[in-house]
Design a protein around this ligand. Sequence first.
Ligand code: GLN
Length: 491
Amino acid sequence: MIKELHKKLINKEITSVQLTQDYFNAIEKRDAEIGAYLTLTKELAMQQAEFVDAKISKGENIELLEGIPGAIKDMICVDGVRTTAGSKILDNYIAPYDATVIKKLKECGAVILGKTNQDEFAMGSSGENSAYGPTKNPVDPERVAGGSSSGSAAAVAGDEAVWSLGTDTGGSIRQPAAFCGIVGLKPTYGRVSRSGAISMGSSLDQIGPFAKTVEDAAIILSAISGEDSLDATSAKSSDKKYEDYLTGDIAGKIIGVPKEYVESLEGEIKNVFEKSLEKFKSLGAKIEEISLPHSQYALPVYYIIMTSEVSSNLAKFDGIKFGMRFDDSAESKSQLSSSENSNATSKKLLETYLDTRKIGFGAEVKRRIMLGTYALSAGYYDAYYLKAQKVRALIRKDFEDAFKKVDFIYSPTCPEVAFKFGEKSNDPLKMYLSDIYTITANLAGVPAISFPIGSVVEDGKALPVGGQLIGKWFDEEGILNMAHTFEINKQ
Ligand code: GLN
C-alpha cells in the first residue's frame, strides 16, 4: 500500500495534501463511533503534506514514506502535542520534545495525523482501560479492538490511517493486530529506541508498527529502528531496509510449533491454525514440534516483573513533575468523596501526592502499582522479584535451545478472537490470559510478528485470527519474510 501510494505521489496522480485530507475526512466520518483517536494534529499533518507536495512539484526525489499519513499511540511523545498515555493524570500534558521514533519519522517525511487511544499506561488487553472511553473494533463494533494499542490497530484496520505505531510490553501490538485483522510487529528488545516513549515495564517495552501489509510494516520498521544515544538499551545495529528482504522464498525454513502453546487449542481457531501450517508446508517450510518447558511460568513471571517496573516507573506521576495536580479547587475537590474532602483541605505535599494519584490513576493502574510495590518490598524482594528474574532467564534459555533446532517459532497470536465489551473487564485474571502466547517474546526479548491467517465466524461475522511468528534475536527480516510469503500466497 505504501509503495503504491508513493508511486501515485511521484506520478502526480494524487497529492499528499489530498491524501491527508482524505484520511481526516475518514476520521471525521467514522471516528465518533470507533474512538481510535484522542488528539488530531491537523496543522502539523497539513504542513508536512504541503512540504512534500512542494518537493514533488519542484521535481525533487522523495523517500518511500514521505507524505504518507499515519497515527501514533498516545504513549509516545510528539513535540508540542498532548500526550496522555490514556490516563487522566496526563490529561493536560504537552510533550516538550519528540521521541526518537518521531524524530526519525519526521526525517523520513511521514505525515502524522494524530495520537491514538489506548489502555491507560498500556495496561490492558481490550482498550477498555482508557480514561477516554473504549475503542471499537472496526470489524465488529460490538467487540473490543484489543489492547493496549487499541486505537493504533483500529485506525489502520478502519482506514483512518495508512500505518501506525504502538508499544508492546506483553502483547500490546500483536494482540490488537490479531483482533483487528492487520499486521503488527514487536521488534527485538533494543532494535528501536524507547527514548520519548512513556515507560511501562522498561525491560520489556518496545515500539513497533501496525500496517495492512507485511511490506508496509517492514517499511515503518526501517524508518524507526537503529541505535540511539538517548536509549542505553538500544542495540548497535547497522541500518537495514527490511522491505528489501521480502523475497517470497521460504523453502527449507524450519518452523517450530511449541506443544505447550497448541495442546489446549480448540475449535475453529485450531482449524485455522492447522490450515496455516499446511500453507507454510506447501510453500516449502518444514514443521517440527518443539517444547518451551518454562512457558507455563510466563504469566506469573510477567506479572511480577512488569508490575515491579510499573510501580517504580509510575512513581514520577505525583502531581508535581508532570500532568494534573490535585489542589483545593472546587473542581478537584468534587472528585473526592465528602469525607475525604474534609481531610484534603491542607496542601501538604504528601496529601497532594496521594490525592493526585487517587484521582489521576484508574483502577487497573492502581492494582499494578500495588502489586509491584509489594513484590519489591523488603522481605519479599527475594521471594518474588529475584525469583521471577531467575525464571525469566530459564524462559530465555528455552528460546535459545529451541533456536538451535528451528528457524522460527509459530503459534496463534491469541487463544481467542476479539471478545465483546464487558466480557472480561470484571475479571482481571481472565483478561491477563489473553496474552498467554505473546508475553514470552517480551520476557526473552525476541522479535515477533502477528499477521492475519484466517477467520472464525461468530454471530454471522467473520472475526480475524492472527498467527504469531517469533524469530531469533535481531532476525526481524526472517519473520517479516515468512509472514510476507504467507500473505502473498494466501488465496
Ligand atoms: N495486555 C498486557 C498487559 O496488560 C500487555 C500490555 C502491553 O503490552 N503494553 O500487561
